[in-house]
Design a protein around this ligand. Structure first.
Ligand SMILES: Cc1cc2nc3c(=O)[nH]c(=O)nc-3n(C[C@H](O)[C@H](O)[C@H](O)COP(=O)(O)OP(=O)(O)OC[C@H]3O[C@@H](n4cnc5c(N)ncnc54)[C@H](O)[C@@H]3O)c2cc1C
Length: 480
């Protein structure tokens, strides 16, 4: 359970910054979040009351009370004078800090550092229904729940996050994570077990055994695109620390053909891989695991040269697929991900195009308003937009959706737009991070004029000491 408050978290941050001769104000500016005034004066910010409250009427139902659901509920409670907000969420600790799972899996944090109770963060103005939605019925403006019957709404906000599909990999299920050298950081207990396995892997290398570490990235959109590589960098670091790196081969097997969608970041990551003698094999999608034999099977996609085509003066390239078996001592699985089935099978999901396969909610990418049901909005991981499955994107999205909901209730067109901003602090070692920031343009969009392709200690401080209080006491409270 998270036992620290914002003052304690800020004190830890100050201690780290002092070692580097930096003030908290400068660090916030450096991180491009100088506007996070609650971090400079937490007690004053806590006393803040409703500002410019809109006098709009309407029952707002939020499905999913994680990062996005809680943040938007808090801001709506501040922005609307007599809010009627219901949050439907079954998990009493849904606000826990998922980005910290990477640090748990590397032994930097413990599970207690990220777990938090919803009642400490859900706004008091909102009603919390501790239940799951089992059906969306947008034609009748209602949702059906497991235990609480039907709940009607004027405005629906879908923030269910996404579903981890471990079962889509033959031989794998969530229960197998933590056994037979197979780790995964995508749920908190998985991260705890991954740390155990990483230590065993390092110990094995230290004992002189030649060991294989295998890291996967699936063929679906995932939350935090950098996480599969972060855990690989951290494994490398723990091996170096133990003096055992030369006994381990570490190989990344992504489904795609590059390290990152933004070319500048692809090059930056490749440079860091080469510097650490970390290997990679593109176009490999994990399809099966044999836990007993410790063998992972990948579907490998590649092209072979066919006939010369005189019309286009090029060789025809013929796509090929073959299965490749890879033995491992430590396997880190990033599972395929999709919208939860209840969303995927509802009228709200994309019905055509590439987004249809994931079942993501069909929203307009800038207003985050549903394209067929105008009183429905979606944000966070479940939203069907081209990029942005990170907490950093949620931070930009929730203010946009609040404004657009107020516009809708005032019978106006949505006026706020999400620019596609997303951020991934790519940990390259215990102590350094490359801050990958970008937007719809798929170009680096650094918040501060520093070369965004370089690994830096300041971003490590941001990741480990600053983002957690920003999340809990800024975002979840609707303040930043
Ligand atoms: C290992 C890891 C590392 C990450 N690193 C970073 C990082 O460095 N930076 C960053 O910005 N982001 C990072 N993220 C991503 C970030 O945590 C997510 O993008 C963010 O939590 C998304 O918020 P959300 O509200 O959409 O989903 P969630 O926070 O997952 O919340 C969704 C909620 O919906 C609820 N729900 C689901 N179905 C139903 C239903 N039928 N009825 C009612 N409720 C339902 C769930 O119980 C859940 O509580 C990381 C994530 C992981 C796992």
């Amino acid at each position: 359970m998270m036992h620290e408050n914002v003052d304690q978290l800020c004190a830890k941050l100050d201690e780290e910054l002092k070692k580097r001769g930096l003030s908290r104000r400068d660090a916030l500016k450096l991180a491009g979040i100088g506007t996070a005034s609650f971090m400079l004066n937490p007690s004053e910010a806590a006393a803040a009351t409703k500002l410019e409250a809109a006098d709009v009427k309407g029952k707002i139902v939020i499905v999913g009370g994680g990062a996005a659901g809680c943040s938007i509920a808090s801001l709506l409670a501040k922005k609307i004078s007599n809010p009627d907000i219901t949050i439907i969420e079954p998990n009493p600790q849904s606000v826990s800090y998922q980005p910290g799972q990477t640090l748990i899996a590397a032994g930097v944090w413990e599970k207690d550092d990220i777990m938090a109770n919803n009642e400490d963060f859900f706004p008091s103005e909102a009603k919390w229904v501790k239940d799951s939605v089992t059906e969306f019925d947008p034609d009748k403006n209602r949702v059906l729940t497991q235990k609480s019957g039907e709940i009607g709404y004027d405005i629906l906000i879908v923030t269910t996050g996404l579903q981890l599909n471990y079962n889509a990999i033959d031989g794998l299920s969530e229960n197998i994570i933590g056994t037979n050298g197979i780790g995964s950081i995508y749920f908190a207990d998985g991260a705890v077990k991954t740390w155990q396995l990483m230590q065993e892997f390092v110990a094995s290398a230290k004992s002189g055994k030649k060991v294989q570490g295998v890291f996967t990235h699936p063929n679906t959109p995932i939350k935090c695109g950098g996480a599969p590589k972060k855990i690989m960098f951290l494994t490398h670091d723990r091996l170096v620390e133990a003096g055992a790196r030369s006994n381990a081969e570490l190989t990344f097997y992504p489904n795609g053909g590059s390290m990152f969608g933004v070319p500048e970041y692809h090059e930056a990551i490749l440079t860091q891989f080469k510097a650490r003698d970390m290997k990679w094999q593109y176009k490999h999608n994990l399809i099966a695991v044999d836990p007993g034999k410790k063998v992972a099977t990948f579907e490998h996609h590649y092209l072979i040269k066919g006939e010369w085509d005189p019309d286009i003066e090029e060789y025809e390239m013929i796509p090929q697929v073959k299965n490749v078996e890879v033995p491992f001592d430590f396997l880190h699985v990033t599972p395929p991900m999709s919208a939860p089935d209840v969303v995927k099978n509802s009228p709200l999901s994309w019905k055509k195009g590439s987004a249809a396969t994931g079942g993501w909610v069909e929203v307009e990418k800038e207003t985050l308003q549903h394209t067929r049901y105008p009183n429905v909005f979606s944000l966070g991981d479940v939203a069907g937009i081209p990029m942005g499955k990170t907490g950093g994107s949620v931070r930009k999205q929730y203010t946009v959706v609040v404004q657009n909901i107020i516009d809708f209730l005032n019978q106006k067109k949505p006026s706020a737009k999400y620019g596609g901003y997303t951020v991934c602090p790519l940990i390259t070692s215990i102590g350094t991070v490359i801050l990958l920031e970008f937007d719809w343009s798929a170009k680096p969009t650094p918040s501060f004029p520093l070369d965004p392709t370089k690994e830096r200690w300041i971003w490590w401080i941001l990741k480990v000491y600053l983002l957690k209080p920003m999340y809990f006491y800024g975002m979840l409270k609707g303040r930043a």
